[in-house]
Design a protein around this ligand. Structure first.
Ligand SMILES: [Zn+2]
Length: 200
């Protein structure tokens, strides 16, 4: 696991992002940084040990990239394509996704807790052992996905679909769901109440 340096701006408490000695907020030419990062990603088969926290990604193409132990906490993704990415041991807590494509992605042991997601599509994906606790979704779709052993504790989901999904051992305890569609999914194999609550 990488150990990020502190941002070089004296009064700043954030960590320096990869390839710079400051946090994203203190990067002088943000567009140039994002162009360099896009070029790096398109030339690198396994992207690992990067600190990409607090970055505003817009119209970015992450498709088909493989990420290992990367930290995206607090970053936002807008109008971006993340289709067919794979992620292992990556951190996406408190990220924001709007109007993003995440089709056929492959996740294992990643954490997205507290993420805000709107108008984003996760269909046809393997989302195994993934921590989605406390996420908020609106107009999102997880259809045709395998969510084995993932967890949505305390999640708030609105107008979100989980059609034809594997929900075995998925934990939805304490989640709030408005117009959430589990059609053709094995929701009886998911957990909606803690065992203690179920006794009453
Ligand atoms: Zn800074």
């Amino acid at each position: 696991m990488f150990k990020p340096e502190k941002c070089s701006v004296p009064e700043c408490n954030k960590t320096a992002i990869s390839f710079r000695d400051t946090c994203f907020e203190h990067v002088d030419d943000k567009n140039r940084y994002l162009d360099e990062l896009a070029a790096y990603m398109s030339n690198t088969s396994l992207i690992k040990d990067l600190n990409l926290t607090g970055i505003d990604f817009k119209n970015m193409d992450f498709s088909n990239n493989n990420f290992y132990v990367c930290d995206f906490r607090g970053s936002s993704f807008e109008d971006s394509d993340l289709s067919r990415i794979s992620m292992r041991l990556c951190f996406l807590a408190f990220t924001r996704f709007s109007n993003c494509k995440l089709h056929e992605i492959d996740l294992k042991y990643t954490t997205w807790s507290g993420a805000l997601m709107s108008d984003s599509q996760f269909s046809g994906s393997d989302l195994l052992h993934t921590n989605f606790n406390g996420i908020k979704t609106r107009e999102c779709n997880f259809n045709d996905s395998d969510l084995y052993f993932s967890s949505f504790i305390n999640a708030k989901m609105t107008d979100t679909t989980f059609r034809d999904c594997n929900l075995r051992k998925v934990n939805f305890c304490d989640s709030k769901r408005v117009n959430v569609d589990f059609k053709y999914s094995n929701y009886e194999e998911a957990l909606f109440r803690t065992p203690k609550e179920s006794q009453f």
